[in-house]
Design a protein around this ligand. Structure first.
Ligand SMILES: *Cc1c(COP(=O)(O)O)cnc(C)c1O
Length: 385
């Protein structure tokens, strides 16, 4: 018998993970110990960036990025409507204005041509930043995004919560890993249980910019520095300075230990996700009613999204069969909060059309072949009814 229920995503915790956490529980450090820097260094190496800053969750990572880039009230920033609300909310935390560009329906990623049209229809200096999202694990072409940002004077935060280990191929044929800091000023990741690496709550920022790195370290811990070289004066061994308004966005040592242990299996998990995706692709080729989003060799497959004519019926029928799918995402501009800021249904028709038909079906490394066959069998039966 196949093991049920089957969620759309879930964490994978091994005895080694448990051992790693237990060891830190018995160490001298429950919060900021040696595992913090170790996790940061190993994560930076994994994505190919120079610096990494671990924080309490992906949303905190986005907030610190917006602060480090100096988002001010009224500044306008562009993102995609098809993302988790946090990608947009970080701009609001700083009083900035969120704007959206519609998606490319084949990939559900922000359409960089739509971004260009938006930028060209306003005077230079009207927009300050761009937050592209590697939605579902498919990396945005950041080389093209960077060209746009340079042309119009924008900074860029890559929201790569869905794509650790993913890459796109640039115009010279080089594989560019998500979060490697070659094109975006900052990139962020989340370690929420459904993401590739799970620490419960957790997040990471990567960058190649030493100025932003220094700012992030300070902002993560109340805006305080203990580095004598950075202080205005020194009154003794106890002395520290709070130099700007920061937060407590630290991740404890025990969760960093879990992150390190999880990171060791990141490539293995990614390979399994890709293997499962290939099987879904093959199964749905024979089902014209099921349209998967376009794939790519560097896809990190956080989600496997299909589009179907009658989404609600399929969602409900799969639920009855204990297959717990999900919808990613309700377009951000249709949320009541963003509607209260003036956005309306109909503003981004391609995102809304995508939302009407999309469904994320189970995909995670510990999904068994039998479970996947059961999912495919149920979908086949239901769409052919
Ligand atoms: C998960 C996620 C976030 C937020 O991460 P948390 O760790 O849950 O705060 C932000 N953006 C995207 C695209 C995400 O999937």
């Amino acid at each position: 018998m196949v093991s049920l229920p089957i969620p759309y995503g879930r964490q994978h915790i091994t005895p080694e993970d448990i051992q790693a956490v237990n060891e830190t529980l018995l160490s001298d450090y429950l919060t900021q110990g040696p595992k913090v820097a170790e996790f940061e260094q190993q994560f930076a190496a994994y994505v190919g960036a120079q610096y990494a800053v671990v924080v309490s969750n992906g949303t905190a990572a986005l907030h610190l990025c917006a602060l480090a880039l100096g988002v001010q009230p009224g500044q306008r920033v562009i993102t995609t409507p098809i993302t988790f609300a946090a990608s947009a909310n970080c701009v609001r935390y700083c009083g900035g204005e969120v704007h959206f560009a519609d998606i490319d329906p084949a990939t559900a990623l922000i359409d960089l041509q739509a971004v260009r049209r938006l930028l060209e229809s306003h005077p230079r200096g009207y927009f300050y930043g761009l937050i592209p999202v590697d939605f579902a694990g498919l990396p945005v072409n950041l080389e093209e995004a960077r060209q746009l940002c340079d042309e119009f004077g924008l900074w860029m935060i890559e929201d790569s919560c869905h794509a650790p280990g993913g890459y796109f191929t640039d115009s010279r044929g080089t594989q560019q890993r998500c979060g490697n800091g070659q094109f975006a000023d900052l990139a962020i990741f989340s370690f929420h249980p459904v993401k590739h690496i799970a620490t419960g709550e957790g997040g990471m920022i990567t960058t190649n910019r030493p100025d932003l790195y220094e700012k992030l370290l300070k902002l993560r811990t109340h805006g305080i520095t203990k580095d004598p070289a950075q202080m205005s004066r020194n009154e003794g061994g106890w002395y520290m300075e709070m130099q700007e308004l920061g937060y407590n966005y630290r991740l404890p040592d025990m969760l960093c230990a879990l992150g390190i242990s999880q990171l060791r299996r990141a490539d293995e998990g990614l390979a399994r996700r890709r293997e499962l995706a290939v099987r879904y692709d093959a199964a749905f080729e024979e089902l014209p009613a099921v349209q998967p989003l376009t794939g790519a060799p560097g896809h990190a497959y956080h989600l496997y999204v299909i589009q179907v004519p009658r989404r609600k019926e399929l969602y409900d029928a799969l639920r009855e069969r204990q297959i717990l799918t999900q919808v990613h995402y309700i377009p951000v501009h249709t949320m009541p909060y963003y509607q209260s800021l003036g956005w309306q249904r109909g503003d981004f028709p391609l995102a809304e059309e995508y939302y009407a038909h999309c469904l994320s079906i189970p995909l995670y490394p510990s999904l068994t072949d039998e479970q996947q066959q059961y999912v495919i069998g149920c979908i086949r039966e239901l769409v052919q009814e």
